[in-house]
Design a protein around this ligand. Structure first.
Ligand SMILES: Cc1cc2nc3c(=O)[nH]c(=O)nc-3n(C[C@H](O)[C@H](O)[C@H](O)COP(=O)(O)OP(=O)(O)OC[C@H]3O[C@@H](n4cnc5c(N)ncnc54)[C@H](O)[C@@H]3O)c2cc1C
Length: 384
């Protein structure tokens, strides 16, 4: 049985020794970091959220956050791929039938299976929980078919399985959703080009389409029409806390890089005076430290509430991704300014962090949509 602390220690070591030296190459070549994932998989990291009975680590949101924070300090593309895989394995563990669990979870635990989520569609944009795609019942016992166009899928064409959302057959509203586990070798499942994002360039985000795929009820995750609840109750807490953890990993890396740089930068024209001796630079550094620490405290408090089953956790689960994304953008932007030409070029690695930092705010639910939800929740209004 894998030991939790050993897996977390291996994750930390691999992040420093494998993810870090490959990060610039992954970013610039837009290459899927297969080598990183193989190493993480072999050391049990991809089984972090797989239950013990399937050979996984059986960890919680708390350890997930630590693992993603460590990875994203070095390679945020790898961390985002890992997060999508984590979200997928928790859905399979909590909603899959025995056959689906046996098919995916032991293989995921030993690093032989990568999974991801294919939810977003152009027709509903950031409101990913309300797909437009529908399952069609062919009638007369001729089975069901699914056709769907998914707009952004992390690990597209690279994952071994995809959790795909669609409205159930004859749905009467947008929240009557089913989730299906679709294997990579399913006829009619296609990756459509590349997305070419500004940041997280290594995570093979791309549109995918499913054309007239014959759907078997045995591949459905959860009861008929229960997909919307699963997205809110199972996916959302992991995704939100995971993205927040990645944002704070990026922000930590930027803070460490800029404090090292500022500490070393000296000017001959003023007799070797240090950049660090300028009060305004000290003030900006203090602001970054305060922002990072307060966002981290909010993340830890949200995880504590979520694990305790506190009914108030939901608002914080929504808020924490928004807060971490904003903190990260603020810290990385400030670090870029303090780093001057060194930061603007590629040498220091800050410009990659600056680009990677942009994704969290637009990944659904976006920061604006989250604030819309939180405002409604605080005012006692219905969220949907
Ligand atoms: C790097 C990356 C990886 C991704 N990986 C995956 C993945 O693996 N699987 C997956 O399913 N999806 C994935 N996505 C998709 C993502 O989650 C979003 O669905 C997608 O970014 C939304 O894009 P859109 O352009 O359709 O947004 P739009 O819906 O066009 O929204 C545009 C803007 O309008 C604002 N807006 C919209 N509605 C409201 C409202 N009611 N109130 C306030 N503001 C509003 C939003 O803030 C948003 O920023 C990924 C996205 C990125 C960037």
């Amino acid at each position: 049985m894998p030991d939790l602390q050993a897996v977390l220690a291996a994750n930390e070591k691999l992040s420093e020794e494998i993810l870090s030296p490959h990060a610039d190459q992954v970013d610039q070549s837009r290459q899927f970091p297969r080598e990183n994932l193989n190493a993480l998989g072999k050391n049990g990291v991809l089984g972090l959220l797989v239950p013990l009975e399937f050979g996984g680590v059986g960890a919680t949101l708390s350890e997930m956050s630590l693992a993603l924070g460590a990875q994203s300090k070095h390679c945020a593309s790898t961390a985002m791929i890992t997060l999508m895989h984590f979200c997928s394995t928790v859905v399979i563990a909590s909603k899959g039938n025995d056959a689906l669990k046996q098919k995916v979870l032991p293989a995921a635990a030993s690093g032989g299976h990568l999974s991801t989520l294919a939810f977003s569609e152009a027709g509903s944009g950031g409101h990913f929980y309300t797909p437009i795609s529908e399952v069609r019942d062919n009638g007369n016992g001729k089975g069901k078919c699914l056709s769907a166009n998914k707009s952004f899928v992390t690990s597209a064409g690279e994952a071994d399985s995809y959790i795909v959302s669609a409205r159930k057959a004859s749905a009467t509203g947008p929240t009557e959703v089913n989730l299906y586990l679709i294997s990579k070798d399913t006829n009619g499942l296609l990756t459509r080009g590349r997305f070419e994002g500004l940041g997280l360039t290594g995570n093979a985000s791309a549109p995918m389409s499913l054309q007239e795929i014959v759907i078997d009820d045995d591949t459905r995750l959860g009861a008929e029409g229960s997909g919307f609840q699963t997205m809110l109750e199972v996916v959302l807490p992991h995704f939100q806390i995971g993205v927040a953890s990645i944002s704070l990993g990026i922000a930590t890396a930027a803070f460490q890089a800029i404090t090292t740089r500022v500490g070393a930068r000296r000017y001959e024209h003023s007799g070797g005076a240090a950049l660090a001796s300028i009060p305004r630079v000290q003030y900006l550094t203090a602001e970054m430290a305060i922002e990072l620490n307060s966002a981290r405290a909010y993340l830890n408090e949200t995880i504590r509430k979520a694990l305790a089953g506190d009914p108030a956790a939901m608002v914080d689960v929504l808020g924490v991704k928004a807060k971490a994304a904003e903190a990260c953008l603020g810290i990385v932007s400030r670090a870029m300014m303090l780093g001057g030409g060194w930061a603007f070029g590629r040498r220091g690695g800050l410009e990659r962090l600056f680009r990677d930092a942009q994704a969290a705010a637009v990944m659904a639910p976006s920061t604006d949509v989250l604030k819309d939800f939180i405002g409604k929740a605080c005012l006692g209004l219905p969220l949907f």
